[in-house]
Design a binder for this molecule. Structure first.
Ligand SMILES: [Zn+2]
Length: 426
């Protein structure tokens, strides 16, 4: 069964029809708090030529080839960074002029055709370094404030976003569904005085996977939960699943495919994943076990609650090498909350009341996990390591419990203690 599920699971998040839908817009843009991304999908490969002009400050990009989908010659963006984009078709080439609001930094790169995604030119106009640094400091400050109040910090990561829509099936976009669920989970956690919750993205824009990890570390998160809703190759597949990080690259070729898909945006940008995996592995060694074992425990609680409260089939916990889970020291899971390709799941996920129930069950799972963790910690504190010469009488006096209770609690048959023995104190 496990193998069967894995096999069905690999076509994740993307499907061959999905890109056509969102490229109908042709040239598109997304405004994030720290950047504006403009994406031009093309029918074929091209090498853009970039120049900068002043008065007014603008980026001019010349490229050959046909733009995929419909687009307007004038795109009035008017966000904090970009005024507008003007596209002209000149003799044998296209000219795109991006009018900026100030002399902002920018980067232009291409994404190669990958699976169902076409060749793309991507322009990121960036907020100044000082702004990004300020955001980071604010995150750290907030975290310190809440840690002082002894709150558990939960970082929720709505998958995909912006130029990366995730799965598009049965009229639903994964990036929207997961953002909505994440916000609802955050609301439940905020109402509970034990918790505080932050999101890695709060709108429709893309956050690089490593940035999501960085955000979790800035917030000094106690747990990190990435939320996804996939598309599977078979419409029958439904339910909920969780992933924890595998310390090895996947041997199973099918899981490998899944890793490729969830790590897509980094892969196509030719970021050397292999290299970073190696360095990460060294860092991971120490904190890795904690993140994974605790991640697994957290996952089990969440799956139990979602299947009990929402009736979602519990499809268990798997391991995969996913960039977003490389969070040494932070228990981290990636939740797959239903399959958009399954008519029943999609129908349920479309309903805001159901999404509220999902969010509630995730919240209940998180809460149960922390309660269990607390009692384990409490129990650990009440374990007494017997030192040389110590007697049951002395230990009973230290903890203000009876000798009989210690003996019963630990199943002791005689009064004799050995140094190094561990006694649980009732
Ligand atoms: Zn996804």
């Amino acid at each position: 069964m496990g193998c069967f599920v894995t096999l069905l699971f690999v076509f994740f998040c993307l499907n061959s029809l999905s890109y056509a839908k969102f490229t109908n817009y042709g040239v598109n843009y997304w405004s994030a708090p720290d950047h504006t991304r403009i994406v031009v999908p093309l029918l074929g490969k091209t090498k853009p030529k970039v120049t900068v002009l002043h008065n007014p400050y603008r980026i001019v990009i010349k490229f050959k080839g046909k733009i995929r989908g419909n687009y307007k010659a004038l795109l009035n963006i008017n966000d904090t960074l970009v005024k507008r984009v003007v596209i002209r078709h000149l003799k044998g080439y296209n000219q795109m002029t991006i009018y900026l609001k100030n002399k902002f930094n920018f980067r232009v790169f291409t994404l190669r055709k990958y699976r169902n995604r076409p060749f793309r030119i991507v322009i990121d106009v960036l907020k100044p370094e000082s702004f990004i640094e300020k955001q980071k400091i604010e995150r750290i400050k907030k975290a310190t404030k809440y840690k002082e109040k002894h709150k558990y910090i939960v970082v929720i990561d709505p998958g995909h976003g912006g130029s990366d829509p995730g799965a598009i099936k049965n009229g639903l976009y994964e990036k929207w569904i997961v953002l909505d669920i994440a916000k609802r989970v955050q609301r439940f956690l905020r109402k509970d005085p034990q918790f505080v919750a932050f999101l890695t993205r709060t709108g429709d824009y893309y956050v690089p996977l490593r940035k999501r990890v960085e955000i979790a570390h800035d917030y000094n998160a106690d747990v990190f939960i990435s939320i996804h809703t996939n598309s599977a190759p078979t419409k029958k597949l439904s339910g909920i699943m969780a992933f924890v990080l595998s310390d090895r690259g996947a041997k199973n070729s099918l899981i490998k495919m899944l890793e490729d898909i969830e790590n897509t945006e980094e892969m196509v940008k030719d970021i050397k994943l292999a290299k970073s995996r190696k360095t990460n592995r060294m860092v991971l060694n120490v904190a890795h076990d904690f993140s994974v074992t605790e991640g697994e425990r957290l996952g089990r609680y969440i799956l139990a609650f979602t299947s009990n409260i929402c009736g979602f089939e519990d499809r268990g916990i798997r391991r995969a090498s996913l960039v977003v889970l490389k969070n040494p020291g932070i228990p981290s899971i990636l939740l797959e909350v239903g399959f958009l390709s399954n008519k029943k799941d999609a129908y349920l996920l479309k309903n805001p009341n159901f999404r509220e129930r999902i969010a509630y069950s995730i919240y209940k799972g998180i809460k149960a996990y922390f309660e269990a963790r607390r009692s384990i910690i409490a129990l650990n504190r009440r374990i007494h390591l017997v030192k040389k010469g110590e007697t049951l009488w002395k230990i009973a006096r230290i903890y203000k419990v009876s000798i009989k209770d210690i003996m019963q609690y630990n199943g002791l048959k005689s009064y004799t203690l050995r140094p190094g023995m561990k006694l649980a104190i009732p």
